[in-house]
Design a protein around this ligand. Structure first.
Ligand code: 6PG
Length: 456
């Protein structure tokens, strides 16, 4: 990622000094930089790196999140001046970025979320900036130049103070998890329920990519489903162990959502699904004991259209949850996060880029406080899609296909359109056993039930 970003910066005409903890890596990088090599200065020590950069300096760190970032800051800090800036472009936990912004009073610090994988870093990522605005303004010409462009507009923007950029990146990754999980659930229906071969599944995703689902993740799902393994000639996807990795950003999002009391059930379900996927031995033992869950689904019960519509509805719901969480953080942290701008930044370059994001940016610009579910364009998707989503989830339950993200998306949708829910029962129970009190619906001023004083 670091070398891809460096080449991107050099390509946009900016000279750049580079350093890696292994000097051999730096030398090889320089040797392989081709015509860009003349703008790249390889360095072998922190001192050399700092000396090679024009003042006021900007240094981008691209190292694993956590201690490696603190280590690099500790090494650079004594060599830098007050108006220099260190930019952490890794997937840092935003709480760490908050801490670093506050702790570093002798040098500037920005935490920026960079999305788009290695190809994005090389050819145009989406960039979510956080830290002091004046520092961002100083380095933004470079960051905007290297960022992806949507209709000429750079997908790079300042999100807010402190860890705001890394927070927005974490939510981006949470949405990424939920979007990927929903696609995987639909893949499971096609593979195990309908018995489709990988290639046919790839073709279905390719068709989905021509409609409202058009997105990077659907596009690559089609590509990976269609690819053949070079060793065996079999579909690659069929040979990959069903055990999902994770570096932690989705988990951080789920944890933070709980702190914020921001409901993101589809994202949480996606994190849980990854955790469960890693219980390979337990799942095998479960299958031995109870029989495999996913059963064949009669072909007339599921159509491509149903799958597509269910996915559209699911996707709208997971973005609605993500933006709702961003709004909650904005308020609780006093960050004034620019919701429409965030949707704009995500339109190109990042992993969750999708055709829907332009409409999301417009809907949020109209009304930032409205849940995206209620914006007319997305309400239409949900009116058309929730029936399919409901049918699919029902089929999943009937034929044993786990759909944690799709089903929690559906529950979210149903909960969010239920004016009279069932929490009155929770309140009554709480009052019974703990005299916690409740609000009445009829205006009478009494916050306890007739059982008052009888609880355990
Ligand atoms: C991106 C990705 C990127 C990376 C994730 C993967 O926006 O470019 O989100 O940051 O792919 O860290 O995360 P997991 O390893 O947790 O799936």
């Amino acid at each position: 990622m670091g070398s891809a970003l460096a080449l991107n910066i050099a390509e946009k005409g900016f000279p750049i000094a580079v350093w890696n903890r292994k000097p051999g890596v730096t030398r090889a990088f320089h040797d392989e930089a081709g015509e860009l090599a003349e703008r790249v200065i390889p360095t072998e020590t922190h001192e050399e790196l700092v000396a090679a950069i024009a003042k006021p300096r900007a240094i981008i760190l691209m190292v694993p999140a956590g201690e490696p970032v603190d280590e690099q800051i500790a090494k650079l800090r004594p060599l830098l001046d007050e108006d220099d800036v260190i930019i952490d472009a890794g997937n840092a936990n935003f709480h760490d970025t908050d801490r670093r912004v506050r702790a570093l009073d002798d040098v500037g610090f920005l935490g920026i979320g960079v999305s788009g994988g290695e190809a994005g870093a090389r050819h145009g990522p989406a960039i979510m900036g956080g830290g002091e605005k004046a520092l961002w303004d100083r380095v933004s010409p470079i960051l905007e130049a290297i960022a992806a462009k949507f209709e000429g507009e750079p997908c790079a923007a300042w999100m807010g103070r402190e860890g705001a950029g890394h927070f927005v990146k974490a939510v981006h990754n949470g949405i990424e998890y939920a979007d990927m999980q929903m696609i995987a659930e639909v893949y499971g229906v096609m593979r195990d329920g309908l018995g489709l071969k990988a290639e046919a599944i790839g073709e279905t995703f390719a068709r989905f990519n021509e409609g409202a689902l058009q997105s990077y993740l659907i596009e690559i799902s089609s590509i990976v489903a269609s690819a053949a393994d070079t060793h065996t000639g079999q579909p690659m996807i069929d040979l990959i162990l069903d055990k999902a990795g994770q570096k932690g950003t989705g988990r951080w999002t789920a944890i933070e959502a709980q702190h914020l009391a921001a409901p993101i059930p589809a994202i949480e379900a996606a994190v849980v699904a990854r955790n469960l996927s890693s219980r390979v031995a337990q799942r095998r033992a479960g299958e031995d004991m109870f029989g495999a869950a996913p059963m064949e689904i009669p072909a007339d019960k599921v159509s491509d259209e149903m799958l597509e519509r269910a996915l559209i509805a699911g996707k709208v719901l997971c973005y609605a949850q993500g933006f709702d969480m961003i709004a909650a953080a904005s308020e609780q942290f006093g960050w004034t996060l620019p919701l429409p701008e965030i949707a704009k930044v995500w339109r190109e370059g990042c992993i969750i880029r999708s055709a829907m994001l332009d409409d999301m940016a417009a809907a949020l610009a109209e009304d930032e406080d409205r849940n995206l579910m209620l914006a007319p364009v997305f309400a239409r998707h949900l009116r058309e899609g929730h029936v399919a989503l409901r049918e699919l989830v029902a089929i999943g339950a009937r034929y044993g296909h786990p759909m944690p993200a799709l089903s929690s998306g559906l529950s979210y949708f149903d909960t969010m359109r239920t004016a009279r829910g069932t929490a009155n029962m929770i309140q009554a129970q709480r009052d019974y056993f703990g005299e916690h009190g409740f609000e009445r619906t009829d205006g009478i001023e009494d916050s306890h039930g007739p059982w008052h004083g009888h609880g355990v």
